[in-house]
Design a protein. Structure first.
Length: 115
């Protein structure tokens, strides 16, 4: 497979379209049936298969209907943090917190109260 980072956006879209078409044909589904099951127009299916993906919503519907929604799994997974990573993050957060200058506030309060 090509390195995806070396491909243009158009080339990536074309490959996605080709892959969806191959999946559809392998499952012996017509474009019309896919459109009806995914609740999108026939022209949308044809455009997506040509790599003209104008709506992410339509792409998700096709992936769901073809049983390939798991292709997006990495995009929806929550990052898991180990306990040590969490501890380090909390410690860095605490270190970056602003410190209140209590001594200066007390001196200002005394000066104001002396008025």
């Amino acid at each position: 497979m090509d390195n995806i980072y070396m491909l243009t956006d158009s080339a990536i879209l074309a490959k996605i379209g080709e892959k969806l078409k191959a999946i559809r044909l392998k499952q012996n589904i017509t474009q019309q049936n896919l459109a009806e099951e995914a609740n999108v127009s026939l022209s949308t299916v044809k455009k997506i298969e040509k790599g003209e993906i104008g709506s992410f919503d339509s792409l998700i519907r096709l992936l769901r209907t073809l049983g390939k929604l798991d292709a997006l799994q990495l995009l929806v997974e929550e990052e898991q943090m180990s306990p040590s990573e969490y501890y380090n993050m909390v410690q860095r957060s605490k270190a970056n917190q602003r410190k209140r200058a209590i001594g200066r506030i007390n001196n200002v309060q005394k000066t104001v109260s002396e008025w």
